[in-house]
Write a protein that binds this ligand. Structure first.
Ligand code: GLY
Ligand code: MN
Ligand code: MN
Length: 488
């Protein structure tokens, strides 16, 4: 900044130097002797003969399918950039789903480019930042240097691991500016890449790319199914961890539950796949309660909706509604059993050839029946469903696609998703719920403040479905027995 000021700029108009500049200048205080010392004396740590990552053949197949869908177009898929949390601290980086899906890589600033080649095909190139330069001191002087944030792969190493030719990302913007012919970019992740393409892309073409990449992920390959099962298995262990510390949560708050689950997610996976919903008591009626700062009281229910995200970025999405004391009260169990019955009906409707909406309709039918039976709604049930009256207490849809995003395939067209047909390899949640708000004067007092959701991750198979989260009990007696066992 100071370099841009003319010498005539009066002293008092000079920008005040920041603490960091006063202390360090730009990269000041580096004598020639120190610079030379830092340049030299380092062993060659290049890694040789690296095996490709487990999903390399799958990412190649995904790129081939993408190439076939958009012949002749240059396709640009960025990983995204670090996002500032405050001042000079950033949020943990999480690569864009489309990028990780097509490359298996998760490096910030990475860009995948599929360049048209021949009549119909493409040549894939991955643009990444190389290892920090030792010549210019970047490796120890830059905040993104190796001695600050850790070693990056060399471009040759990345090529071996990912099975894609790799180039230096610092050239990508210029290369894209020079590119001729139609271009499509996945928007919303990298403003630098988008700026380089402003006069080459159209919203309509980019949207087609986004939609394709959403729909392509609906049917999971073997690698993805294995990762989803791993995510769920870790999640099951995370739920067990929580049950074991419910007494500590009672002494503190819902945060103890959040922290306990997070520990499992970070130790076994990459992260949590979404903000954990640790909702005790009436908080269970707030669908996305992620403040998690409330009291945990014996006698109340705990609605825990949480999922571990694996290192390859596949997430589970599981909910259990647990009696904090270990035993459901009569009214809690009545509501819980209704939701369980509804979920059973929903899961039974998940099979190849069924419409996506079928499991929702099956679940809602049961809930509407219960609400009529309990006298909260006037029948007949078909009228209730036609008018959607049950929704006062069911609030949300009964499930969604699951994968690298918790609400996966979100850009898919209606006809391919909510109006679509289930196929083997699709994975979805079945998660009916009933929520009686604490201030709902239309229900008897004993219902108020009770919220129940049960959510499982269901894989569509050739002959029906498989519940990936069957490792966690759902039926009320089984939940109580499981909790008693864990609490010891
Ligand atoms: N965890 C958010 C959901 O269940 O959709
Ligand atoms: Mn869900
Ligand atoms: Mn959920």
């Amino acid at each position: 900044m100071a370099d841009e000021l003319t010498p005539e700029t009066p002293e008092e108009e000079q920008p005040k130097k920041t603490h960091k500049q006063r202390k360090n200048g730009l990269y000041p205080g580096v004598s020639d002797e120190l610079a030379e010392s830092m340049r030299t004396g380092w062993a060659d740590t290049e890694l040789h003969g690296l095996e490709p990552i487990a999903q390399a053949s799958h990412t190649a197949a995904r790129r081939a399918a993408l190439s076939a869908r958009f012949p002749g177009d240059r396709l640009v898929v960025p990983a995204g950039r670090l996002k500032t949390r405050s001042n000079d601290t950033e949020y943990p980086f999480r690569a864009a789903t489309e990028y990780a899906y097509l490359t298996g890589d998760q490096t910030e600033n990475g860009v995948l480019v599929l360049e048209p080649a021949g009549e119909t095909g493409h040549t894939a190139t991955l643009y990444l930042l190389p290892r920090s330069d030792r010549e210019n001191g970047e490796f120890w002087l830059s905040g993104q240097g190796e001695l600050w944030v850790g070693r990056r792969h060399s471009l040759t190493e990345a090529e071996q691991l990912l099975g894609i030719p790799v180039k230096d990302v610092r050239t990508v913007a210029d290369e894209l500016k020079e590119a001729t012919g139609p271009v499509r970019v996945v928007r919303g992740h990298d403003s630098v890449v988008e700026a380089a393409l402003t006069d080459k892309v159209t919203g309509e073409r980019d949207e087609e790319l986004r939609v394709y990449l959403s729909e392509a992920r609906a049917v999971k390959d073997d690698f993805e199914i294995g990762e989803l099962q791993k995510a769920v298995d870790s999640t099951v262990r995370g739920f067990e961890d929580v049950v074991k510390v419910l007494d500590k949560a009672e002494a503190t708050s819902e945060r103890y539950i959040e922290g306990t689950f997070f520990l499992r997610a970070r130790v076994e996976g990459n992260d949590i796949g979404y903000g954990s919903i640790c909702a005790a008591g009436a908080h269970a009626c707030t669908l996305h309660w992620v403040r998690n700062d409330g009291a945990v009281r014996s006698g109340d229910l705990l609605l825990l909706d949480a999922g571990v995200e694996t290192h390859s970025l596949y997430t589970a999405d599981v909910t259990r509604t647990l009696p904090i004391s270990g035993r459901y009260s009569e009214i809690q169990r009545k509501i819980y059993d209704a939701v369980y019955e509804s979920q059973e009906a929903g899961i039974a409707a998940v099979k190849p050839g069924a419409k996506f909406r079928d499991f929702h309709d099956a679940s809602q039918h049961v809930l509407a029946e219960k609400l009529v039976e309990w006298g909260l709604l006037e029948g007949p049930v078909e009228r209730v469903l036609e008018l959607g009256l049950q929704r006062r207490w069911t609030l949300h849809g009964t499930g969604h696609m699951l994968g690298m995003d918790v609400h996966d395939c979100a850009a898919a067209r209606t006809e391919a998703y909510v109006d679509g047909t289930l196929e083997p390899g699709m994975c979805l949640t079945v998660e009916p719920g009933l929520y009686f708000q604490a201030d709902d004067l239309t229900v008897p007092e004993e219902y108020r403040g009770i919220g129940v959701r049960i959510e499982d991750d269901i894989l569509v198979t050739e002959d029906g479905n498989r519940n990936l989260s069957a490792g966690l009990p759902r039926q009320a007696d089984e939940v109580e027995a499981w909790m008693a066992h864990l609490k010891g």
